[in-house]
Design a protein around this ligand. Structure first.
Ligand code: 5GP
Length: 265
C-alpha cells in the first residue's frame, strides 16, 4: 500500500515489546520507535491464532491513512511515517493502559453483557473504557476507578473522551463516503510530557465495520466468527477505505442504506 522508502530516516534497533499482532522496536533516533504490523491474527484473548500473508500490511496501510487524516484534522497521533509496507515510525509515548471504545451501534460485548439489541443506534455514542490487562480479560472501568488507579487524572480523562468523540466524527464521516458504517472501534492513548497522543493502531483488527448496503462485516468479526475469507475482506476494505477501489454501486445509485437493525448476520 505504501512504497518502500529509498533511505529510511530511522534504523531499527533492539526489540522493545511484542504484542499479539505488532512488535515495537527501538531506533537510532531518540524518542522514535518503529511499530511492525505482523501477519499474525488472534481472537478470543489469543485463544485462536493464525498467520495470514499480507494481513500486517493491510492494517498498517489503513492505520497510516487514518492517522494522517486525523493529524490533518488537528488530532495529535504518534504516527510519523511509513518505512515500508509493514513498518511505521512513531513518536515514543508513555502508554496509558486503557482501551477506549467508542460505540455508534450496539454490537459485540455490550450485546452479550447488557440488554441491547444488535444494531441498535447509540445516540449519543457510548464510550466504554476497559483496563488493558489480558490476564484480567480487560475488565471494564469507570471514571472513579480510572482516577483511583491513577491511570489518568480527571482532566486527562475528559480530554481523552473529547478526542475519542472527535475521532469518531472524523472516521464515521470518512467511512460513510465509502459506504461503510463505523459500528465501534478501540483507541489507545499515551503521553509525551503532558501532551496526550493517540497511539497504537486504527485498523480492521480494532474497528467493527458494516457495509451500509449489505450489512456484511468488513473487519475481524469475519475471522472471529468464520464469516468468510478474512484476507479477501481485509484486502477489499483496505482499498475501499484508502479510496483505491472504484466507487461502489451504492454510490452510483445513491441507494438508501438499510437500517442496521435489518442486518442479517
Ligand atoms: P467488543 O467489546 O465488542 O469486543 O469490542 C468493541 C470494539 O473494540 C471492536 O471494534 C473490537 O475490535 C475493539 N476491541 C476491543 N478490545 C480489543 C482488543 O483487545 N484489541 C483490539 N485490537 N481491538 C479491540
Amino acid at each position: 500500500m505504501y512504497e518502500k522508502r529509498e533511505r529510511p530516516t530511522v534504523k531499527q534497533k533492539k526489540l522493545l515489546y511484542t504484542g499479539k499482532a505488532k512488535s515495537v522496536y527501538h531506533t537510532d533516533v531518540k524518542g522514535t520507535l518503529i511499530v511492525e504490523f505482523r501477519d499474525d491474527i488472534t481472537a478470543f484473548d489469543g485463544g485462536r491464532k493464525d498467520t495470514l500473508k499480507n494481513k500486517g500490511s493491510y492494517n498498517a496501510g489503513v492505520s497510516a491513512f487514518f492517522f494522517s487524516r486525523l493529524e490533518k484534522n488537528g488530532v495529535k497521533t504518534h504516527f510519523l511515517e511509513m518505512l515500508d509496507g509493514n513498518r511505521m515510525a512513531v513518536r515514543e509515548l508513555s502508554m496509558i493502559p486503557l482501551e477506549v471504545i467508542v460505540r455508534n451501534l450496539a454490537a459485540g460485548s455490550i450485546v452479550r453483557n447488557y440488554p441491547f439489541r444488535e444494531g441498535m443506534a447509540l445516540k449519543p455514542p457510548v464510550i466504554v473504557i476497559d483496563y488493558k490487562d489480558d490476564s484480567r480479560h480487560d475488565p471494564m472501568l469507570n471514571d472513579d476507578l480510572i482516577v483511583a488507579l491513577k491511570l489518568a487524572t480527571p482532566a486527562e480523562l475528559r480530554k481523552i473522551k473529547a478526542i475519542a468523540l472527535k475521532i469518531n466524527t472524523i472516521l464515521s464521516t470518512l467511512l460513510a463516503k465509502q459506504g461503510i458504517t463505523l459500528v465501534d472501534f478501540k483507541l489507545e492513548f499515551g503521553r509525551q510530557g503532558k501532551t496526550i497522543y493517540l497511539g497504537d493502531e486504527i485498523s480492521m483488527d480494532s474497528m467493527r465495520l458494516w457495509d451500509k448496503k449489505t450489512g456484511e462485516s468488513l473487519d475481524k468479526d469475519v475471522y472471529r466468527f468464520n464469516k468468510g475469507d478474512v484476507m479477501t475482506t481485509y484486502n477489499r476494505v483496505a482499498a475501499r477505505i484508502t479510496n483505491k477501489a472504484k466507487p461502489t454501486a451504492s454510490k452510483k445509485k445513491a441507494a438508501a442504506p438499510k437500517t442496521a437493525s435489518k442486518r442479517t448476520r
